[in-house]
Design a protein around this ligand. Structure first.
Ligand SMILES: Cc1cc2nc3c(=O)[nH]c(=O)nc-3n(C[C@H](O)[C@H](O)[C@H](O)COP(=O)(O)OP(=O)(O)OC[C@H]3O[C@@H](n4cnc5c(N)ncnc54)[C@H](O)[C@@H]3O)c2cc1C
Length: 392
């Protein structure tokens, strides 16, 4: 089948890999003018890691990754208030855990297909017209084309979801926070392999030292409304308003971010839809069911969904109705449990009060005690899904 995939992030290239491997002809359509690299750092483990292993990517991902040693919470004076070794997480994940930039993970997945699969950059789908045997797809730049299926892998604010699903924009559920991330060069101090966080009521900043003298900053702050100021300068101004009077390295970090155009900025939201397919159109990854950064497993779920969708198409002999239903039946319980637990983690990322910050630091210290820590971590990292062995 000819299958259009909107979005060359994590889910899109992973799906293209499995579809190409099972004899289909996928075409990726990516809005960005070139493959997106860099970005924020993600923790990668669990069922998605197992899918990456099946794609032969483990060595690549390990090489690009960082073996984070500990998480550290600091006070306004920079003194350590609490810290947590990552050993318990590594034990719970059976060693199959790494941290790497989202762009490096996506690039590693994309490298498996870039010579075999057509990618149309700098374009977007503008209309999806379903017929009994085909889907007519219109683009902003490319000529209209017919496909057998269309898959939206175009992230949280999916265009395919908006065009093909009645509940398109209403499917996004704002969780009350914004997130921003930026990578700068030459920042000091550096704390190698330590994820340093600083929290004030309603907001937190984290910094993590990357290779080549780069540093990643992650900002999370509560906001009662989800209006993104949009323009780069307006977003930077909003960060200044939120963080400039908060002590620690905040002012220095804001000044460093001012020097770069690299700023990821978005709402923290989840996507909840009654169904992930409509006729010949399906959704994968964040487009279908974004769990948000709070769940911390979005890339793993995206890779798993891509694997399962392609596997079910194979199992159903190309009957897309059966395949889409089976894909959703297998993935939905896992996704919904991750979404439910993410909602409970807002106070960890942006504690509302000083007391909440202290409580978080106390929990962090307590988690160093193996029985309690291991139990909590194992609960958090557990993936309740039996990954099928498709013959592909
Ligand atoms: C700050 C932060 C921290 C996170 N931390 C973690 C973590 O620790 N672990 C983890 O596993 N996950 C984490 N996540 C979540 C993870 O990044 C996502 O769940 C994952 O990237 C989803 O993959 P995706 O391919 O569905 O979407 P994306 O990676 O968002 O890719 C979507 C692609 O579609 C493209 N696109 C968008 N619109 C269009 C359009 N109209 N037409 C064509 N292309 C389009 C985009 O340019 C992009 O390339 C985090 C997220 C954030 C924001």
């Amino acid at each position: 089948m000819k299958i259009a995939i909107s979005g060359a992030g994590v889910a899109g290239p992973a799906l293209a890999y499995w579809l190409h491997r099972t004899g289909h002809e996928p075409t990726l359509i990516e809005r960005a003018p070139r493959f997106r690299t860099g970005g924020y750092v993600i923790d990668f483990w669990g069922v998605g890691y197992r899918v990456a292993q099946r794609m032969g990517l483990e060595a690549d991902i390990r090489n690009a990754g960082y073996a984070v040693q500990s998480l550290r919470s600091v006070g306004p004076d920079g003194q350590t208030r609490s810290s947590l070794s990552v050993d318990g997480f590594r034990r719970a994940a059976d060693g199959k855990l790494t941290s790497l930039t989202r762009g490096d993970l996506a690039a590693s997945v994309y490298s498996t297909i870039e010579d075999d699969v057509e990618t149309i950059f700098d374009d977007t789908i503008t209309a999806i017209d379903q017929h009994p045997d085909t889907v007519r797809v219109s683009f902003e730049r490319t000529e209209t084309r017919d496909f057998d299926l269309v898959v939206g892998a175009d992230g949280l604010h999916s265009a395919v979801r908006r065009l093909a699903f009645a509940a398109g924009p209403d499917a996004e559920h704002y969780l009350g926070c914004f997130v921003a991330a930026s990578v700068v060069e030459g920042y000091r101090p550096r704390d190698e392999l330590v994820y340093v966080t600083y929290s004030r009521p309603g907001r937190s900043i984290a910094r993590f030292a990357l290779r080549d003298d780069r540093t990643l900053f992650l900002f999370v702050f509560r906001s009662s409304h989800d209006a993104d100021p949009g323009e780069l300068d307006a977003r930077k101004s909003l960060l200044w308003r939120e963080f400039c009077d908060e002590g620690w390295e905040c002012k220095r970090i804001l000044a460093a971010v001012d020097e770069t155009d690299d700023l990821y900025f978005d709402v923290v939201s989840q996507v909840r839809l009654d169904r992930w397919s409509q006729g010949r159109v399906a959704l994968v990854g964040d487009a279908a069911c974004c769990v948000s950064l709070l769940a911390g497993e979005g890339t793993g779920l995206a890779m798993t969904a891509a694997y399962v969708l392609a596997g079910e198409l194979l199992r159903a002999g190309g009957d897309h109705c059966r395949a889409f239903a089976a894909y959703e039946k297998l993935m939905r319980p896992l996704v919904e449990s991750k979404q439910a637990s993410a909602g409970k983690l807002i106070p960890v990322f942006a504690p509302r009060t000083e007391l909440g910050i202290r409580l978080g630091q106390w929990v962090m210290r307590a988690m160093n005690f193996a029985p309690l820590g291991d139990w909590l971590v194992a609960r958090t990292l557990r993936d309740d899904i039996e990954l099928p062995d498709y013959p592909m």
